[in-house]
Design a protein around this ligand. Structure first.
Ligand code: CP
Length: 304
């Protein structure tokens, strides 16, 4: 797993390895001691708050130097390609790159020529492995297992890279996966049953709501009835099982995918997901760099 581009790049054993390391490191500063400075470049070609900041904090907690990048002020404006941009990061000393890009599968044009690990921070409607791993971590932290945990992924499934990464990964780890959402946003390529939101709230152990991906829709949709028809209203939340939890990758369209006041209700793990994301990304970086030969046989200094 030198690159982490899709969840298929990780075996179950490697997934559990990341989750275990993230748990060990949760709340800790664990600088990796190298005999040379380590640089990581974060190349974000699509907006991001969580993923970008979280990778940056993860890199700094590992003691790495972060090479920030802004497409608007880069040589992309002079016509430089994605490939040449990444090769440049490698040439000037980056040991890994984190890339978010609107093009699904952007990494296919990179993998043959780039020899440092690439961590996918989201590719169009493709996949979002770091989000998936932090979702897995949060579910595992809650239930201590994936076996028979019923996860319902609900909303704009068709345009969601989070849904695709999670559905397959959860299924192969033993969870029961169902989907829910409006007919026009169904993804019939995903081999999982669809249920109505009113069944979903009663059956789910983890209800994973998805953001409406307005930026990926050919035409804007009227969202005024979405909450009542497909979202998590206060009345629906009251019908959830006692121990069940609410997840959302965020950003949340408050009052659309879910009632505003439910974002921080007791059973919501939305901000816990963000917190967990830092430690999961630390574990991903360590694993990818180790596998890619970019880390010496490392030791860490732990500081709380
Ligand atoms: N969940 C997520 O990917 O958020 P950002 O788009 O803010 O990174």
């Amino acid at each position: 797993m030198k690159h982490i581009l899709t969840m298929n790049d990780l075996s179950n054993e490697e997934i559990y390895g990341v989750l275990t390391r993230a748990k060990e490191w949760k709340g800790k500063q664990v600088p990796i001691v190298q005999d040379r400075p380590t640089f990581v470049a974060n190349l974000f070609f699509e907006p991001s708050t969580r993923t970008k900041m979280s990778f940056e904090v993860a890199e700094k907690r590992l003691g790495f130097n972060v090479l920030d990048f802004s497409p608007e002020s880069s040589s992309l404006q002079k016509g430089e390609t994605l490939y040449d941009t990444v090769r440049t990061a490698q040439a000037i000393g980056a040991s890994a790159v984190v890339i978010r890009h609107p093009k699904e599968g952007y990494y296919h044009e990179l993998v043959n020529g780039v020899s440092i690990p690439i961590l996918n921070g989201g590719d169009g409607k493709g996949e979002h492995p770091s989000q998936c791993l932090l979702d897995l971590y949060t579910i595992y932290e809650e239930f201590g297992t994936f076996e028979n945990v019923h996860v319902v992924i609900s909303g704009d499934v068709k345009h969601s890279r989070v849904a695709r990464s999670n559905a397959y990964a959860l299924h192969r780890l033993g969870a029961e996966v169902s989907l829910s959402g409006p007919d026009e946003w169904k993804d019939n390529t995903l081999p999982f049953p669809y249920i109505q939101i009113d069944q979903a709230v009663e059956q789910a152990d983890a209800l994973m709501l998805l953001r409406i991906q307005n930026e990926r829709h050919a035409k804007q949709v009227n969202q005024s009835h979405y909450l009542e028809e497909h979202g998590l209203t206060l009345a629906r939340e009251r019908r959830m099982k006692r121990e069940s939890i609410i997840l959302h990758p965020a950003p949340v369209n408050r009052g659309v995918e879910m009632e505003d006041e439910l974002v921080e209700t007791k059973r919501s793990r939305i901000f816990t997901q963000m917190e967990n994301g830092v430690y999961v990304r630390m574990a991903m970086l360590q694993a990818a760099l180790q596998e890619g030969g970019e880390l010496d046989a490392y030791t860490t200094e732990e500081h709380t």
